[in-house]
Design a protein around this ligand. Structure first.
Ligand SMILES: *[C@@H]1O[C@H](CO)[C@@H](O)[C@H](O)[C@H]1NC(C)=O
Ligand SMILES: *[C@@H]1O[C@H](CO)[C@@H](O)[C@H](O)[C@H]1NC(C)=O
Length: 343
């Protein structure tokens, strides 16, 4: 039984910071129990949320809503330790927009991914490699190395990230759905990775193991899911436990969303003006690209308010020479750039 392994351990460490579960503010009771039972993997949980948020910021860089994290807002899965700073995202938890759907999916995928990776690296006694190896070896190769146990990571993510999504309301239903869609992405993209052994890479013996996809690839995939996310409407049902809200696709003529699709039921604000209600920072002072007609271009990013232009000098390496053998020497040049920022 996995839980019993961790009993008696009071804290683990994240860098040099000890984690004391009781001192993390805002954990719901189930998350607190989880933290105490799985203390060894809490650093990976925190790292996974961070990985997810960083991927979100990459995917949305240059857009009006750029997945900025701020300190003073509601957290996604409740506060998760990030070197004693809580990871929080720039919209309130009560928002049920596409952006919220993406953040939940990418962050819960991040948790599953980081936990799986750290288990495969042997950082915890609770988990390790997937010993099942899933099937007979193929033509010309045999099982070897450490197959990543993504199912364990997914399980951990489900336990922790979904712990606070147990209300009978629409937002909980939406968050659970999108969390699961994010995690499923990993299971769907597991692939074989192989290595050749033998004299000078002759591949006399080839060993293979199951590996998780690149996290960037998952981010790209989920970004497509964001673009094609399904709008839902809230339905109320009377059940024995009381009123329960569920989600139904708004447009019957579109393909019904599957468990792999992202869902939302509130329209997004345009993120042009700052609005504490929606967590929008507005786009004033954001830098934009004058020559682009896309969303990162000054016209769209600045919401038609126009932009300011200033010049900036930057030092750069230039006239680099490759010396035989082997080093490179460069001079430093000053280049002048135009920088455009939204009014
Ligand atoms: C994201 O938007 C915020 C608020 O407008 C801004 O301060 C920040 O610099 C932006 N980040 C990036 C990477 O563009
Ligand atoms: C600005 O947009 C143009 C046209 O889309 C693109 O070629 C260029 O690389 C962009 N510049 C930056 C700094 O992203």
């Amino acid at each position: 039984h996995r839980e019993s392994l961790a009993l008696g351990q009071q804290y683990s460490s994240l860098g040099s910071q000890p984690i004391l579960c009781g001192s993390i503010p805002g954990l719901v009771p189930k998350q607190l129990r989880f933290c105490r039972n799985y203390i060894e993997i809490m650093p990976s949980v925190a790292e996974g949320v961070k990985l997810g948020i960083q991927e979100c910021q990459h995917q949305f860089r240059g857009r009006r809503w750029n997945c900025t994290t701020i300190k003073d807002n509601l957290a996604i899965f409740g506060p998760v330790l990030d070197k004693a700073v809580h990871m929080k995202v720039s919209f309130k938890q009560r928002m049920s927009t596409r952006e919220s759907a993406f953040v939940h999916a990418v962050a819960s995928a991040g948790v599953a991914f980081a936990v799986t990776r750290s288990c495969a690296e042997g950082t915890s006694t609770m988990c390790g490699c997937d010993s099942h190896h899933k099937g007979p070896p193929g033509e010309g190769w045999k099982w070897g190395g450490c197959s990543e146990d993504a199912e364990f990571g997914v399980l951990v993510s489900r336990e922790f990230a979904d712990a606070r999504e147990n209300r009978p309301d629409a937002r909980s239903a939406m968050n659970r759905h999108n969390n699961e869609a994010g995690r499923t992405t990993i299971l769907d993209h597991m692939h074989l990775r192989c290595k050749c052994h033998g004299l000078s890479g002759s591949c006399e013996v080839k060993t293979c193991w199951w590996a998780q996809p690149d996290f960037r690839m998952l981010g790209d995939y989920l970004k497509d899911k964001y673009d094609s996310a399904s709008e839902m409407v809230v339905e109320k049902h009377r059940e024995s436990r009381g009123w329960v809200e569920t989600l139904r696709a708004k447009y019957a003529f579109f393909k019904h969303p599957t468990e792999r699709d992202l869902v939302y039921y509130e329209g997004s604000p345009n993120f042009c003006e700052p609005n504490p209600e929606t967590g929008s920072f507005g786009t004033r002072d954001r830098s934009c690209n004058v020559s682009s007609h896309g969303i990162e271009g000054c016209d769209l990013l600045c919401c038609g308010r126009g932009h300011n232009t200033r010049t900036e000098k930057r030092k750069e390496k230039c006239h680099c020479i490759f010396h035989w053998c082997c080093y490179v020497s460069c001079q430093e040049c000053v280049r002048v750039y135009d920088v455009h920022t939204c009014k």
